[in-house]
Design a protein around this ligand. Structure first.
Ligand code: GNR
Ligand code: NI
Length: 167
């Protein structure tokens, strides 16, 4: 068990595009365990491997209050997206920043689980938002990149100031 350091925006490594997992091995499961532990400790409702500087298509999500509904998505593929909904998002790589983002309201994804078995998942609400947020990370995209350039500039300035003050 280990807590992994989370990359902080604007780190260029957050923009790397993750590669598909070729085979789900013991090593994959070890990484997933550490990612889940890191997500719960943060605390967060999701974590993409990109955020812990591993550029493979692996995501963990748990939107339950009790932390007892871990979802592992390896090589996730969006099969369907419908509707639009705006909701406030945050990100463990962009601490203290919360902004509204418009995403699909409902999604259907397929992925492999930690045993390499394919499954489909239909989601709405926070789970749907989180799936899309994490799949963005795997493409090297951070949620603030959905915002205007002016907002992005202000966010970078705010993060710099925050970091100066906590150093
Ligand atoms: O913990 C998180 N909360 C959250 C809230 C609204 C929309 C998306 C998220 S994901 C975020 C964890 C994270 O950064 N995942 O990449
Ligand atoms: Ni995030």
């Amino acid at each position: 068990m280990a807590l992994l350091p989370i990359l902080q925006y604007p780190d260029p490594r957050l923009h790397k595009v993750a590669k598909s997992v070729v085979s789900v091995t013991e090593q994959t499961r070890k990484l997933i365990k550490d990612m889940a532990e890191t997500m719960y400790a943060a605390p967060g409702v999701g974590l993409a491997a990109t955020q812990v500087d591993v550029h493979e298509r692996i995501v963990v999500i748990d939107v339950s209050e009790e932390h007892n509904d871990l979802k592992v998505l390896i090589n996730p593929v969006l099969l369907n997206a419908e509707g639009e909904e705006e909701s406030e998002e945050g990100c463990l790589s962009v601490p203290g920043i919360y902004e509204k983002v418009t995403r699909a309201e409902k999604v259907i994804v397929k992925a492999l689980d930690e045993n390499g078995k394919e499954f489909k998942l239909e989601a709405d609400g926070l789970l749907a938002v989180c799936i899309q947020h994490e799949m963005d990370h795997l493409q090297g995209r951070v949620f603030v990149e959905h915002l205007s350039h002016l907002k992005q500039t202000r966010i970078r300035a705010k993060l710099k100031k925050q970091r100066r003050e906590t150093l």
